[in-house]
Ligand binder design. Structure first.
Ligand code: GUN
Length: 292
């Protein structure tokens, strides 16, 4: 039987329409339009495309966005000063620093400088800690997008064995945490570059989440017929975008699979919009409690 095709583009569109509705309602109630400030340092071509897509999605959902473009040789001090001014600007609700930053910059110090209340990427250690404790302020966009794909597609996770391939701070680690948390209740294995026999682990998986950044890393014969396959990878291969999973080899004999492009990618952006809306609500609440 051919695999169920998990259409991230369509599910992201549904999420975006709901965000658009809620943005309009917030505006009607308070006069506030959620505002995302994005910072792009340097001229990495992939980052330029991602940031442009984020801006377009904001516009479609009725959110404001402002792009701060900085030269590749921007100083740490200049970038930190920009973040401080955005932190203190009541007109800005969400701040996103597009990664990767140019190599001379201290990425950790820069991400730590974003005030946790505007940290719509959920990269700040305070937000990572809250998420790990199961009381999230913001959910990290890509792992949250994967969880939403699973729930909208009515794919249960409780008691199932999820194998996450990759241990990055942006995807692998938070992905494992969300699958493990109460309510999701998966049994989670995290594989990485020092894991022996990833193929054998995948063959025991009900759900495989591939986030390694290596084109076609996961082979068709690593996957059980009942497997749900979520491909987070976006790799350029011979001028084509491909995932971390060998889609053509997998699609014929797994239960469900996400395509690349059009799978997880659009969901990441949809979750960023939701986080920016929630950041605006959160700041309203803080203003109210400061007054009363
Ligand atoms: N670069 C690759 N993925 C991401 C992401 O989710 N957020 C940011 N800010 N940069 C990225």
């Amino acid at each position: 039987m051919p695999a169920q095709f998990i259409d991230g583009k369509q599910i992201a569109e549904q999420c975006r329409l709901e965000t658009q509705r809620q943005v309009a309602a917030l505006h009607q109630r308070t006069g506030i339009t959620p505002h995302l400030a994005a910072i792009l340092a340097g001229d990495d071509p992939a980052s330029q495309v991602y940031v442009r897509n984020k801006e377009k999605a904001c516009a479609k959902a009725g959110l404001r966005s402002t792009l701060h473009r900085l030269p590749a040789n921007v100083t740490q001090q200049h970038l930190l000063a920009l973040i401080h001014s955005l932190n203190n600007n009541p007109d800005v609700h969400g701040i996103l620093v597009q990664l990767p930053l140019p190599g001379h910059l201290d990425t950790v110090a820069i991400l730590d400088a974003v005030t946790p209340l505007k940290d719509v990427d959920a990269f700040h250690p305070e937000n990572v800690g809250l998420m790990l404790q199961g009381r999230p302020r913001f959910l990290p966009c890509t792992p949250a997008g994967v969880m939403r794909l699973l729930s909208v597609s009515r794919i249960p996770t409780a008691g199932r064995h999820a194998v996450v391939i990759g241990r990055s701070d942006i995807v692998g680690k938070p992905m494992a945490a969300l699958l493990l948390q109460k309510g999701a209740d998966a049994t989670v294995t995290v594989c990485h570059s020092r894991t022996p026999d990833i193929a054998a682990l995948c063959r025991t998986a009900d759900i495989v989440v591939a986030a390694v950044g290596i084109p076609h890393f996961v082979r068709g014969d690593w996957l059980r017929p009942a497997a749900i396959v979520i491909d987070v990878g976006i790799n350029r291969l011979a001028d084509k975008l491909v995932g971390d999973v060998d889609f053509d080899a997998a699609v014929g004999h797994v239960a469900a699979i996400t395509p690349v492009p059009g799978g997880v990618g659009p969901m990441t952006i949809a979750m960023l919009l939701e986080n920016t809306l929630n950041a605006a609500r959160l700041q309203l609440k803080h203003e109210d409690s400061a007054v009363s």
